[in-house]
Ligand binder design. Structure first.
Ligand code: ADP
Ligand code: MG
Length: 329
């Protein structure tokens, strides 16, 4: 095995489970670590040229997304955020993007990129009640934004792990899938096959599903993950962690307008939630009570030996591959 997930397995191999501090309830392998008292702790990093390009979005968008993707991991545990810290690596050549001729570097209409990134982070922090309480600033060859968040679930609700699904659970997703991947494709190809306005917003300004995640925690579900790498890849994480298989009804997968089913199944950057629930009616009732859009039931979990399967409209069954985004390292 090579790639990001094999690397994470090797890291896990370096930590002796016997050495884990009693304050650690869940370590490497879930959307957040869970510490004593149900405290949630996670970190995500965005790198210029890998996760974003400043000719495709504004520095404020980058800041917003850097926090929002972390908040999505808090949502994926059914938690609420408490605070964040930010590690910023700023290229020494940081300068305002496209300042007018003669504009000063300190012209507040065109502040340096790092200032604009921080404005985006604070905008998301204010929107979602996750105050910025510290961090670190350094210079380096490339713009890199690392954000760490802490959060918690409100008692008596427990954090929802990836590992609790059992065969026979209903599988749900929130929202619609594929719009961000479509927008990325549009940007990469420099041409449109669908009106990209909403899709570009989904890509650059993702909305962490915090209210939905909290509703999921209240609905007595068995497992949850946020869809950051693509439904195929992220559902496979639930299957691996829970030792179950899955049978997904392709027709039931909520596909964004103008997007192909394939892209909805494999594309990344959706930041919707995928979860398994023993009592699907209770899920629908809790979402309705909270005034949230009903999540889509897309299939069921099965015995692990049945594997991960996709059933098309005609009833044809095929493997549901672990496709999705993975860093090659
Ligand atoms: P997510 O997409 O939810 O942010 P990732 O796929 O990035 O999760 O990571 C999977 C798991 O591996 C998470 O539990 C994460 O904390 C852990 N992980 C990733 N990179 C590292 C690392 N360098 N050191 C320790 N744990 C890591
Ligand atoms: Mg996640």
């Amino acid at each position: 095995m090579s790639g990001e997930f094999a690397f994470i397995d090797r890291i896990r191999g370096l930590t002796d489970p016997g050495d884990i501090d009693p304050n650690v309830r869940v370590g490497i392998g879930d959307d957040c670590a869970v510490l004593a008292g149900g405290l949630l702790f996670a970190l995500d990093t965005m790198v210029d040229g890998v996760h974003f390009r400043l000719d495709w979005c504004t520095p404020q968008d980058v800041g917003w997304k850097a926090l929002a993707v972390n908040l999505s991991d808090i949502a994926a545990m059914g938690g609420q955020p408490m605070a964040c810290v930010v590690g910023l690596t700023v290229p020494t050549s940081d300068s305002p993007k496209g300042p007018p001729e003669g504009a000063e570097m300190t012209d507040m209409a065109h502040p340096p990129i790092a200032d604009q990134v921080m404005r985006g982070i604070v905008e998301a922090a204010t929107t979602y009640g996750c105050p910025l309480v510290g961090g670190d600033t350094t210079s380096g060859p490339n713009l890199v934004i690392s954000v760490a968040v802490i959060g918690s679930t409100s008692p008596p609700w427990e954090p929802v792990l990836r590992s609790g699904a059992v065969a026979g659970d209903a599988v749900f997703v929130t929202g619609v899938l594929g719009a961000s991947a479509d927008a990325l494709d549009y940007l990469l190809r420099g041409a449109g096959h669908a009106a990209p306005g909403d899709a570009l917003r989904r890509l650059h300004r993702p909305v962490p599903r915090l209210r939905e995640g909290a509703a999921v925690a209240r609905a007595g579900v068995s497992a949850m993950i946020d869809i950051s790498d693509g439904l195929g890849a992220d559902l496979a994480h639930i299957c691996d962690s829970s030792s179950v298989g899955v049978r997904i009804d392709a027709d039931a997968v909520p596909v964004a307008d103008g997007v192909s089913l394939d892209r909805a199944l494999a594309g990344g950057d959706d930041y919707e939630l995928c979860f398994a629930a023993p009592d699907p009616d209770r899920v629908r009732a809790v979402f309705a009570e909270a005034g949230l859009d009903a999540p889509h039931q897309i299939g069921v979990t099965t015995e692990a030996s049945a594997g991960r399967l996709l059933v098309d409209r005609a009833g044809k069954v095929s493997p549901f591959p672990r496709r999705g985004w993975q860093h090659s390292i």
